[in-house]
Ligand binder design. Sequence first.
Ligand SMILES: [Cu+2]
Length: 362
Amino acid sequence: MKNDKQYQNGAPARATAPRHQLMARLRNGAACIGAAAWIGGALLTAGCGGNDPGGSRADSTAHAHDHADGAHTHDSAHAHDHGDSARPTTRLEFATQPEQIVAGAPASWTLTILDAASGKPVEKLDTVHEKLMHLIVVSSDLSWFNHLHPRYEGNGRFTISTTLPRPGSYKLYADYTPNGKMQEVPQHEFSTADAAAVPATFASAADTIGAGGWMVKTVTSAPEGEPGKAGGAVYQVAMMPMPGKIRAGKDVMLHFQVRDAAGKPVTGLEPYLGAMGHAVLLSGDTKSYLHTHPMDAHGDAHGSMDHGAHGATAGDARPADGGGSDVMFHTNFPHPGLYKAWGQFQHKGKIITVPFVLNVEA
Ligand SMILES: [Cu+2]
């Protein structure tokens, strides 16, 4: 396979080859593995039902890049003081075929996890929420979002064929857990061939809270990994942050309610990847990432309905009667500023992805 050669040959032959290396370090309390990962120089306690089991936080990120391509921007502002945080145990190599991604055309992506010290492939990874790797991809302005599951080919190598919708710069977050270690989420920026065409920075205003304390969005469901694909059903998704005024460092509940197109709460939300919902939160500068789940007592156990029957402790999904309409995430933003949150839910076999922009006050 061509991508194999790119790795094994070391430096790419052409100056434009997007052979990327990056390293991230991340620290994450064991009780939260699979629930939260906060990387990019910020710190967040998240998704752990409100208790902090001595280190339920993840921080990061020292990136060591080997960019042959000067067009790849990468922030180096991650070099905050991370104190005693764990060193990354792996680094991620990212390669694409074709080497320059063309917007609107499928490309084969290869992500290879290598041991940070030895450079050897990391072959053993833990299954977290039914997958060995969760790959989040966003446009740099956070207007576009995708959540993918690359296929494991062995030897530390994952592949997926995917299409980026338009020219521009993008960022990926590869979320995985080396066996016996803590979760690691290296992040990486890259661009399509004609990236200069569109603005690259986040410029949204926070969503406003409307009637009854809810923010409401209308979205269309789509197959996993294919946002924007036609043929899905229309939903209104409401979200109520509790308290309504989100403050940095204070616990907040993000209460999602999935409604049909007419505004009536649905029945029968389905487990998706072993949870009743997933939420990815990114800071407006894209540096800080959190992937959180409405955790139940069984962690990342497969999503059988009886888990939800345990009731409604903080952070639990509440699939009343075997999958209802409401899912809650419990989190805590450490810093003020704008964040974008994407909730993901499954209904009738398709994925509902809904974005909200939140203002976290000091
Ligand atoms: Cu995933």
